[in-house]
Structure formats: structure tokens, C-alpha cells
Ligand binder design. Sequence first.
Ligand SMILES: NC(=O)c1ccc[n+]([C@@H]2O[C@H](COP(=O)([O-])OP(=O)(O)OC[C@H]3O[C@@H](n4cnc5c(N)ncnc54)[C@H](O)[C@@H]3O)[C@@H](O)[C@H]2O)c1
Length: 250
Amino acid sequence: MRLNEVRALVTGGARGMGRCFVEQVRDAGGVVAFCDVDANAVAEASVALGVPGFACNVADEASVQRCYDDVVASIGVPNVLVNNAGITRDGLFLKANPETGEPVMMDLSRWQQVLDVNLTGPFLCTRAFVAGAFRAKAAESVVVNISSISRAGNAGQLNYSAAKAGLVADTVVWAKELARYNVRVGAVAPGFIRTPMTEGMKPEALAKVAAGIPLKRLGEPTEIWQAVRFIVECGYFTGRVVEVDGGLVI
Ligand SMILES: NC(=O)c1ccc[n+]([C@@H]2O[C@H](COP(=O)([O-])OP(=O)(O)OC[C@H]3O[C@@H](n4cnc5c(N)ncnc54)[C@H](O)[C@@H]3O)[C@@H](O)[C@H]2O)c1
């Protein structure tokens, strides 16, 4: 698909990588809308980018359907979906309480929130998107899932690793099941990228991370866009993951 034929919906598009993808599609002559759970950030980004934005929680079924309908009313039936919205709630599965020696386990809410947003979110958004494309008899549709190199299993990220690995498994299943309906599905697994998500980390922790990356720096959102763009443009790409991580292996 050529970029000027793209009609994209980007989730989590008010900040970070999602915002970068929105800008890039717009600047390449495509049509784009975005959604984000933060209504204030949606309002700001929508004005700043000159692109329609909608408040939506990707983990909520009704919210996703409402958002999809609003997007269709605004830009028409989208032919590209970027499942980008994601959160982290990092923590060890088990920590010993230093005073009592008792085990302190990851609580269910920390597990559930990350699974809800990072795995159920793409399920709900892809469901609405594919049903819409099917009804519209779209000639070609593309789903890009933003996974992570943490899918390999990163200590301190049990919840996040599970969700991002699940998203890659779903990428393969969707690619196999939906090819007959002219839907391609690919994933990008970024390493550490400079966005509000990583800017929230302690500077010492970030410096340590950067030192362990063969390219010795964090990636830029535009470098992840290059992989998203490849998946959109390459008509023979489906069911695979592009890793963009500066050579870092988890
Ligand atoms: N930054 C990194 O180093 C990195 C590395 C690998 C993968 N990723 C993944 O890339 C994606 C984008 O990350 P980022 O660094 O730009 O994050 P970010 O926190 O900077 O931006 C994420 C955006 O998603 C929105 N969002 C969160 N929960 C949502 C929900 N329930 N519904 C709708 N929107 C929601 C947030 O409001 C925010 O605007 C995420 O899926 C993340 O897991 C990031």
C-alpha cells in the first residue's frame, strides 16, 4: 500500500511513538486519525497536529466501538490500524519483605491492567477494524502491532512480557486467518525508545540501559516509524516481527 493511499487509525496517538506515527502519515499525504485514553492530551494533540483525535480506552469494548464509529464518520473506513497504545506496571513477581521475610507477590491489578491495555486492547481494536474492512470489501488492509523486545521475557516485566509475547502470537494467527480477506498483519518489536514512557525511568537506570545497547543510545520514534512504514508498504509482508532495538538482546 502506498502511503498516500493510507487511511490510518493510530491508538495511543497523543504522545510518544503514536504521535510520531500520526505526524508521519499526515506528512506523507495519508489520512490519519488517532485515539488516546487521556482526553486532555487528545484535545491538545488534535489541535497541534491538525488531525482528528478521539478519547478512547482501548481496553473497553464499548469505548472502542464508539471510537471506531467516530473515526469512520470522520475519515471513512480505515485501511491501516496501528495498535500502539500500551502501558507498563513494572515490578518483580516476588520480593522478600526485608523486615518480616515474608514474600510480597505481584498483585493481580498490576498484572490485569497491563494485559487489559496491551493485549485485550489490540484484540478489541483489531476486531472493530477487521469487521469494518470486511463489510466495506476493502481491497487491502494492514494491521501493525507494536510489541516489544521484552516479549522474550524481561525480569521485572512479567505482565508486560506476557502481553507483548501474546501480541506477537496474535499477529501470526491473524496473518494466517485473515490473508484470504486481504488483511496483512505485522508487528514491530522496539528496544528502548526515547518517549514519555522511558523518560519516566530514573536517569541512572536509563544510562545503564543505554550502556548495554550495542549502538549505545536509545532509539528515536522516527526509527520505529521506518519499520511501521515498511510493513504498510511491503505487500508480501505478513505474520512476522521486525525488531528495531539497536542490537540489544533481552
Ligand atoms: N518507549 C519504549 O522504549 C518502548 C519499547 C518497546 C515497546 N514500546 C511500546 O510502544 C508503544 C508506545 O509506547 P510509548 O513509549 O510511545 O508510550 P507513551 O507512554 O509515551 O505513550 C503511550 C500512549 O498510549 C496512551 N494510552 C495508554 N493507555 C491507553 C488506553 N487504555 N487506551 C488508549 N490509549 C492509551 C497514553 O495515554 C499515551 O498517550 C506501547 O505499546 C509500548 O509498550 C515502547
